[in-house]
Design a protein around this ligand. Structure first.
Ligand code: TYM
Length: 355
């Protein structure tokens, strides 16, 4: 609570509902980022996407929507890494296909509303040369045993996977972006991501001081649950596990009604008497992410927990919230031109207000 109050005091912005609701629930050194901002100094944001599928699901959008909010709050540069190399090493995909998917996914990222004068989106395959000096320094500072320990690789894993963490670490340091920051090493980096990405940045923070670099700060979100509940994972290869940015209103309605795990009771009678279980109900959990109106969320939560609202009704509440959100995203994506993608993806000078 104290940190949230400090965030609001220093930035002059209202904390995002995802911060207040504990969806972005954890951080490393966010207080240092706030002190740096209060001192009028520059900073930058870094996040990324592993392009392994044509369409992003709603879970993937969360860090990007949140990063858009942070870019508005801090008015700072943002770099977005498309790890086409990572997906080639991990998945059964052709290298050219990963590269192409990176461009497709960039359209979804741009559709989140990032400032074109302050944002660079880059494909590792295209950009790697700029980062290579930092990648090498990181690789020299991390041992094989450390990488095995952090990522759980066994000895039969390809050597590319062992080397890759240094590639995801490198954008945490401003000298990986000489056209933006010159050779400065003192501009701090804040990384918004879901908690699954933290191991990369624990490794990064560990090596940073040894390389004479600042440790990147982080702000982590919880994992957005699959339609089937928090025990299963949303997967791009399982249509029924998630709502995708490309889904039609009809698909959204059908998927929620058919697959969203319900915290409702066996019979209507039991449900009226015992109430629904908010802790396991996926529709309610999804509403905590996407219903930004606190009063409305409380109304629905109270009604469902008391048994006044039935499972079909809370599903309808969810459908009514996410259908317009997905439609708005699709409309914004349709306006993203090839020229815009090209500009976002060209290494260039970005606007940095502070010095
Ligand atoms: P990827 O493509 O798996 O995921 C992209 C971003 O979405 C987050 N995410 C989720 N957030 C909430 N709920 C979910 N169910 C969910 N699934 C995925 C991920 O945490 C990520 O922030 N290796 C990375 C790409 C990357 C990156 C980065 C991510 C490179 N550099 C820096 C964050 C920060 C990847 O494959 O992400």
């Amino acid at each position: 609570d104290a940190l949230i109050a400090k965030f609001e005091r220093i930035t002059g912005a209202k904390a995002h509902p995802w911060i207040k609701r504990g969806i972005f629930f954890s951080h490393r050194d966010l207080d240092l980022i706030l002190d740096n901002h209060a001192a009028g100094k520059p900073m930058y944001l870094y996040t990324g996407r592993g392009p392994s599928s044509e369409a992003l699901h709603l879970g993937h959008l969360i860090p990007f929507m949140f990063t858009k909010y942070l870019q508005d709050v801090f008015r700072c540069p943002l770099v977005v890494q498309m790890t086409d190399d990572e997906k080639f090493l991990w998945k059964d995909l052709q290298l050219e296909e990963c590269h192409r998917l990176g461009f497709e996914n960039a359209k979804d990222i741009i559709a989140c509303g990032f400032d074109i004068t302050r944002t660079l989106i880059f494909s590792d395959l295209d950009y790697i040369g700029h980062m290579y000096p930092n990648i090498l320094k990181i690789q020299k500072a991390v041992t094989y045993n450390q990488v095995k320990g952090i990522f759980g690789f066994d000895d039969s894993v390809n050597i590319g996977k062992h080397a890759f963490p240094a590639v995801q670490a490198a954008p945490s340091f401003p000298s990986s972006f000489p056209h933006i920051f010159g050779s400065r090493v003192d501009v701090p980096c804040l990384i918004p991501c879901a908690i699954d990405q933290d191991p990369y940045f624990r490794m990064t923070r560990d090596v940073a001081p040894r390389l004479g670099f600042k440790k990147p700060a982080l702000i982590h979100s919880k994992f957005f649950p699959a339609l089937q509940g928090s025990d299963s994972k949303m997967s791009a290869s399982d249509e029924s596990s998630a709502i995708f940015c490309t889904d039609t209103p009809k698909q959204i309605k059908e998927k929620v009604n058919k697959y969203a795990f319900s915290g409702g009771r066996e019979t209507v009678e039991d449900h009226r008497r015992l109430g629904g279980d908010l802790a396991v109900d996926v529709s309610y959990q999804w509403l905590t992410f996407f219903q930004h109106d606190d009063a409305e969320l409380k109304r629905v939560g109270d009604a469902y927990a008391s048994g006044a609202m039935l499972s079909g009704e809370i599903k309808k509440e969810l459908i009514d919230v996410i259908s317009p959100l997905v439609a708005r995203h699709q409309a914004a994506r349709a306006l993203v031109t090839a020229d815009m993608v090209k500009t976002f993806m060209t290494p260039r000078k970005l606007v940095v207000d502070r010095s």
